[in-house]
Design a protein around this ligand. Structure first.
Ligand code: FPP
Length: 235
């Protein structure tokens, strides 16, 4: 210990490889997502146990709508079922749920559950679990820019008076610390439009393990590596 980074305050996951996990087992892709939802439960419990204050999961991107209709529907239904099933667990474990992304295009059944679970867990302080649904980093920045421009106009302020703090207060992540560690499963080494503003100084960790197979030991290995990274924040 001593000079290491300690535990990350905010860990964000790009949960990739559900499809490949299923295909390798000759199962339909939807079974991969179902197994992935189980990993979501396990990873959330692990992070809570380890005392991680902020956990963020990329559940559905603004680009995922181009997947086959059946797969999109299956993902939205899984999300709804997850929210129904997990509410008691979130309450019991002092976990606040937050949604990142644009709710407008999300089917109403899922959108209403997201709103309900956010409302029921709003005051909880043990951990914040953020689900990115219909989320894209560039889309988030454009939406924030629109609202920031409106905010400036409403206050009669000039564009030049816009600073980073004011702008960030319009991001979906307003009030949250930036991610310290972004973990992507299943081998690809890219951010895929995830938290592009917030990850400016994040440590990136890539593992070949698919999301359904990502285990507590894999999570522990990522934390070990993070502990040893040298962080400079540009200095
Ligand atoms: C990537 O796998 C995963 C997704 C597009 C969605 C992630 C969703 C879940 C883990 C399940 C539901 C979420 C919650 C919060 C309950 P992929 O299909 O892109 O895999 P592939 O690249 O191997 O095809």
């Amino acid at each position: 210990m001593g000079s290491g980074n300690g535990l990350p305050v905010h860990i964000a996951f790009i949960m990739d490889g559900n499809g490949r996990w299923a295909e390798a087992k000759r199962l339909p892709r939807a079974m991969g997502h179902r197994a992935g939802a189980q990993t979501v439960r396990r990873v959330t419990a692990f992070a809570r146990r380890r005392g991680i204050p902020f956990l963020t999961l990329y559940a559905f991107s603004t680009e995922n709508w181009s997947r086959p209709r059946g797969e999109v529907d299956a993902l939205m239904e899984l999300l709804s079922a997850f929210l129904d099933d997990e509410l008691p667990t979130l309450l019991e474990n002092d976990i606040r749920l937050r949604m990142l992304g644009d709710p407008a295009a999300i089917p109403s059944a899922t959108r209403e559950r997201l709103a309900l679970v956010q409302e029921k867990t709003a005051g909880l302080k043990g951990m914040t679990l953020s689900l990115a649904v219909n989320y894209g980093g560039r889309d988030e920045i454009v939406r924030a820019a629109r609202r920031a421009a409106g905010g400036l106009a409403a206050a009669g302020r000039s564009p030049e008076s816009l600073d980073r703090e004011f702008f960030e207060s319009f991001l979906d992540t307003a009030g949250m610390p930036d991610p310290d560690l972004v973990i992507r499963t299943a081998g690809e080494k890219r951010l895929s439009n995830f938290l592009v503003w917030q990850s400016a100084y994040a440590e990136l960790y890539f593992t070949p393990r698919t999301w359904p197979d990502f285990s507590d030991a894999d999570f522990e290995a990522a934390l070990d590596e993070y502990e040893k990274r040298i962080r400079k924040f540009g200095s």
